[in-house]
Ligand binder design. Structure first.
Ligand code: XIL
Length: 473
């Protein structure tokens, strides 16, 4: 059993800035499959930006190299060569890598999704193939490059603009629960990894973002190990740039659930046919987005989708990035760096979900009364705490029963709300074991150290040491 919450950012006081990279553009000699070769002629300035002493990025993200079609080009045959070079490079330079992406239903390899293959799959065989892929990839990176990839995009773009499930092979053959199964497989493979659902065009309140929010609430209620939502923010690609308020509403909606938020694929404009954008306006939006991430304590980082305009997937004319086609930084790069560097310190990135099974829940507890009763049914507690005023606030929680201290926890809450896990004391566990199956007991919680509000308390069963699918740690 583990309620331990490993730290991700080692006390990092600022918000990391990331960039997608084409690994092949770092090298003058092409290697790997042709589709992963650099799409523009080699230019040494590309590598200099990433590796130079003033390198602007703390995190790199493989733009394509970790997609299933490249890591597993044939069924059961994995090829980590190109992606490993990228991760090894980051490791040597003290950078992190965001894992992108384990399951991308719209972008599956042909051995899985070619129309001629579709009839060969059953729910069971396709789920097994997903589990093999997720487990093999996460094992590989955890074992070979410990600590370099802590955040994974587990599932990408599962909804359409109407908020319906994308009708890809996985949704058709397995059903929409392929999404939650992918999270369960990922969590079983690496219980420390911080697991994201990543979505396109969901950066403002719209049917797609509403569908993601519904799914997130459902996953939390059922203990599916989801930790955060990635907002891609390809701004101006399919419609006008959402207003800052709209973007904040979406980010807050996830943060309020206790989830993390990451800006995962930012690029901006041009806005035609939805309008026009000047370099100054583009720079202002870059700065605003950085500000929104900096001031939202749940925001784990901001990543731009490409190092320089010359390489943008939106085309060089779109010029949507922080560095131009001549590899010269735009003024926005410095302003974004300044904003992110000045961001308030955030809590180390904790895994919030570890597959708990919710057994009981007390919806609202106002701890100004400093005690409340609930029903104890298992060996762990999950408490969602909200600072009533401006964060941070500190909390000290003690759950005891007739003098037996069952669980205690002290923490600083930096965000508006945070979910704390509490592990039962040995005495508490022993006491509970003695009462297994003898019905319910009343538990009194004494809460000290306010002011704060414990919004809900859930009594959760810790995951079994050997869950189905098997954590091998
Ligand atoms: C894009 C890459 O940038 C392109 O090079 C590739 O041809 C297609 O995929 N959402 C995602 C990314 O999550 O993986 C996509 O990347 C862009 C949209």
């Amino acid at each position: 059993m583990s309620f331990a919450a490993p730290a991700l950012a080692s006390g990092s006081a600022t918000v990391p800035l990331g960039s997608a990279v084409w690994w092949a553009c770092m090298r003058s000699a092409p290697s790997g499959p042709a589709a992963l070769h650099c799409p523009v002629p080699f230019d040494a300035r590309y590598a200099q930006i990433v590796s130079g002493p003033d390198r602007p990025f703390d995190v790199i993200v493989p733009e394509n190299e970790m997609k299933m079609r490249w890591l597993q080009p044939k069924k059961g045959q994995f090829d980590f060569a190109v992606a490993d070079e990228l991760v090894g490079y980051a490791q040597e330079r003290g950078m992190r890598v965001r894992g992108h992406v384990l399951v991308f239903g719209k972008d599956l390899p042909s051995w899985m999704a070619a129309p001629s293959k579709a009839k060969d799959w059953t729910r069971a065989t396709l789920l097994a193939a997903l589990q093999t892929h997720i487990t093999t990839v996460m094992d590989h990176y955890r074992d070979r490059f410990p600590g370099i990839i802590r955040e994974w995009d587990v599932v990408n773009e599962a909804f359409d603009d109407n908020g319906n499930y994308d009708r890809n092979l996985l949704a058709k053959v397995i059903g929409p629960d392929y999404i939650e199964q992918a999270f369960r497989f990922a969590h079983a493979a690496d219980p420390d990894a911080v697991l994201f659902y990543n979505e396109f065009n969901a950066d403002a309140p719209n049917p797609r973002s509403a569908a993601v929010l519904r799914m997130a609430k459902d996953f939390i209620a059922r203990g599916v190990p989801l930790d955060g939502i990635g907002l891609q923010m390809h701004l101006g690609l399919l419609g006008p740039v959402p207003s800052p308020d709209d973007r904040a509403t979406v980010m807050n909606s996830y943060a309020d659930l206790g989830l993390r938020v990451a800006i995962t694929e930012l690029d901006i404009g041009p806005l035609r046919p939805f309008g026009t954008i000047t370099p100054a306006d583009q720079g202002a939006i870059f700065q605003q987005v950085a500000q929104q991430c900096a001031t939202q304590p749940a925001c784990t980082g901001m990543t731009v989708w490409g190092l320089a305009d010359a390489l943008s997937w939106r085309g060089v004319l779109a010029a949507p990035l922080l560095i131009d086609a001549q590899y010269e930084p735009k003024p926005a790069l410095a302003s974004v760096q300044t904003v992110l560097a000045a961001a308030p310190a955030r809590a180390p990135l904790l895994r919030l979900a570890n597959g708990p099974k919710r057994l009981a829940s007390v919806p609202v507890i106002d701890t100004r009364s400093r005690q409340f009763n609930t029903t104890l049914a298992a060996r762990g507690l999950r408490v969602n705490v909200v600072c009533p005023g401006t964060p941070p606030c500190s909390v000290a929680l003690t759950f005891s029963l007739r003098g037996v201290r069952l669980a205690t926890r002290q923490a600083t809450i930096v965000g508006r709300s945070h979910t704390l896990r509490m592990r039962m004391s040995k005495r508490g566990e022993a006491w509970l074991r003695g009462r297994r199956g003898t019905g319910k007991a009343r538990l009194r919680a004494q809460v000290a150290g306010g002011p704060f509000i414990a919004r809900s308390v859930q009594i959760v069963a810790p995951p079994k040491a050997k869950a189905a699918g098997g954590s091998r740690r």
